[in-house]
Design a protein around this ligand. Structure first.
Ligand code: UN1
Length: 497
């Protein structure tokens, strides 16, 4: 099949071009590795340099385009995404694996982000405040920054690039975009849509490739800001380089998110929540529920309910009706999950379900792994502390809410958390006390909406948020203007005191 696979190009300098490296890599369907979607450029530093030079030209034009007009382009992007939602979801499932219902949601998140961005072009608020001096005005306003380096992960092939690029563009920046090497087709289609919507060509540049291309973007002196979503290990390297070069940087990294179920919880509701939170997207979300903290009174009953339902989850090709759980993204992901199953066993946790690759029939051709549940997991063990990014759930038993909150907080990450209870006082205490960027009450750890700030504390991020109103701060620089119309020198802090 490789011979018939289409060869794709980068988009640099306002045109579709072959990589200067001359090299390509295969984009493979993780549900069936015999299915090659296409060959994509394995770009090098020279490709990135050409993309940055193009983006600098694009920026000079785009920064002078009024923000409401920039927003109009994003509105057209939203319209096109809406009209092509089904077709794009299908190609996303083919290259990424998650079931169609999930890739439809992923496209919808892009649509929501587009329409929010479109109207933000008519806000981008600054402040006008009184001056301490007579006949003088003081105000703040937003300026674009320059060339934005956008490096995105495989798990939300549409939503995450849109979270970053739509606000970057509305604020007047130009982009150099490198989608994850596992999902380049979605990145290609998104760039086609930008162009169809009327984005001036050099404002967007697409450079496919692997880590070397990402590193070249981060290291390029003319890339003024970087937004990266991926592993904490890679994020540390990106952070060190951006620190050295004084770049503005937004990092969105790992999670070890917990759902807490207390004795008074609605267990049926919590059961639906944990199945979705732990095994949706095959556990490959930064927000996936990878720890289940159960109060002792309902522990055994709830584990029984969970096991009975989890073993009925249907694994398969996400494009087939009836599939609940798709494959992992690649062979390395399978190896990592296998490694953590071994770690869990060696730490004395009890393997209650799964723990191995899922095989037989069509599954033999993909990267399928059984939904896996460990009970008796000790707080502080590696299984309980480290991000796995797969369908592995660790169950921890606690005596009360205080202990549950402590266990939730005692990890290096802090993206999302969840509490199931009927007790309104505990619900509000949890929102104050759980060390996460997002806390859900009576809902699982996944399901963030595009118009609210998204991000985490501790090792999950570096203090920035995506989504909502906050992301517009990241993609713009605040400038202050003073206008003195008194006709005299007025010295602040001196002449008025
Ligand atoms: C991620 O977890 O990698 O909140 C992003 C959610 C989605 C986005 C998740 N809207 O689950």
């Amino acid at each position: 099949m490789t011979d018939t696979a289409k060869t794709f190009q980068n988009f640099v300098g306002g045109q579709w071009v072959a990589p200067q490296s001359g090299e390509h890599f295969d984009n493979v369907n993780p549900a069936d590795t015999r299915d090659i979607i296409g060959r994509f450029p394995l770009s090098n530093a020279a490709d990135v340099a050409a993309a940055v030079a193009s983006a600098e030209r694009g920026f000079e034009l785009w920064r002078r385009t009024p923000a409401p007009a920039r927003g109009d382009v994003l509105r057209r992007v939203g319209d096109i995404l809406s009209s092509r939602k089904e077709e794009i979801a299908d190609l996303m499932t083919r290259e990424m694996g998650k079931p169609l219902a999930e890739t439809r949601g992923d496209v919808q998140e892009g649509i929501d982000t587009a329409f929010y961005a479109a109207t933000e072009g008519r806000r981008l608020f600054g402040h006008t405040v009184p001056s301490e001096l007579k006949n003088k005005w003081a105000m703040s306003f937003r300026r674009p920054i320059g060339v934005a380096g956008i490096i995105t992960p495989f798990n939300f092939p549409m939503a995450i690039p849109t979270w970053k690029m739509f606000p970057a563009l509305v604020c007047g920046n130009a982009c150099v975009f490198k989608p994850a090497e596992d999902v380049p087709h979605t990145g290609h289609v998104l760039v086609e849509i930008f162009l169809e919507a009327g984005l001036p060509p050099e404002v967007i540049n697409l450079v496919h490739g692997k880590g070397a291309a990402g590193a070249a973007i981060v290291e390029h002196p003319k890339v003024s800001l970087v937004s990266f979503t991926g592993s904490t290990a890679t994020g540390s390297k990106v952070g060190a380089e951006c620190g050295r070069m004084h770049k503005r940087l937004s990092l969105e990294m790992g999670g070890k998110n917990a759902m807490i179920v207390l004795d008074d919880a609605n267990l049926e509701l919590a059961l639906e929540g944990i199945l979705w939170g732990a095994f949706g997207t095959t556990g490959q979300r930064c927000t996936a529920t990878s720890r289940l903290i159960l109060q002792a009174g309902i522990h055994d009953k709830f584990v029984g309910m969970l096991e009975a339902r989890a073993k009925k989850l249907v694994l398969g090709d996400g494009r087939k009706a009836g599939t609940d759980v798709g494959p992992l993204i690649h062979a390395n992901a399978v190896a990592k999950v296998e490694k953590y199953v071994g770690i869990g066993k060696s730490e004395g946790a009890e393997l209650r379900l799964g723990g191995a690759r899922a095989t037989g029939g069509a599954l033999d051709h993909g990267f399928f792994f059984q939904p896996t549940i460990f009970t008796g997991v000790k707080a502080g063990s590696r299984l309980e502390q480290e991000e796995i990014f797969g369908p592995v759930l660790s169950v921890i038993k606690v005596v009360n809410a205080d202990e549950a909150f402590r266990v939730n907080n005692d990890v290096a990450y802090g993206l999302s958390s969840s509490l199931y209870t009927q007790n309104v006082n505990l619900a509000f205490r949890a929102m104050n006390e759980l060390d996460n960027g997002i806390t859900y009450i009576n809902a699982p750890t996944i399901g963030a909406e595009a118009h609210l700030p998204f991000g985490g504390v501790k090792q999950t991020g570096n203090g920035h948020r995506e989504g909502g109103w906050e992301v517009y701060e990241f993609y713009s620089e605040t400038k202050v203007g003073y206008v003195d119309f008194s006709g005299a020198l007025q010295r602040a802090q001196i002449d008025n005191y």
